[in-house]
Design a binder for this molecule. Sequence first.
Ligand code: CA
Length: 232
Amino acid sequence: MAHGSKRILVIEDERPMAEAVALNLREEGFEVTLAARGDEGLRRALTEPFHLVVLDLMLPGLDGREVCRRLRERSRVPILMLTARDSIEDRVRGLEGGADDYLTKPFSMLELIARVKAHLRREEAQAEAVQEEAYSAAGVALDVARHQVTRDGQPVDLRPREFELLRVLLANRGRVIPRDRLLELVWGDDDYLDSGTLDVHIRWLRLKLEDDPRRPRRILTLRGVGYKFAEA
Ligand code: CA
């Protein structure tokens, strides 16, 4: 697996720990961003595209569990929680709060790297698996196998890139998808792509799918962050 483009956010206030984690992840080829406060980490996680978040439980600014809960409300990025405490109760609460995994300090860096890779592989496998499915939300239905889209039961003609963009939006309906993530999922690793391409395709989709494209109620813009498809 090529990690060159995989971005990981590490939210950890203990500097030696943060630096050790960052060093080891960078040696594996990941791009690492550090945040030393819970509130700062949450803000970055919500406004920048990351493939995975390593989140310490005890943090200044905002507790790790609260960061996890708020992040989970708006994102499904994998969250690997770190904690010094090792009680069943803490693990259960962390996982209930939306963390995907839990690692208790002290842990080995090999263990951390192995877990990070496992979660990223699972994300990729899920992204591929959803290709076979059908989706519907807010009166729009998309059937991947038949390559058909309907709006309020009427067929809609989409070009291939519009179809793929709509598929990604519908697969994540109700959740904000950052602009960079959408570009990567729909256009791949095209370094020369103008991000305005995304807005143009969103405009075309709205013309075909919205009752009033100037006041969209299906494809919503979160200014400075990304787009989301309405859940109902
Ligand atoms: Ca801490």
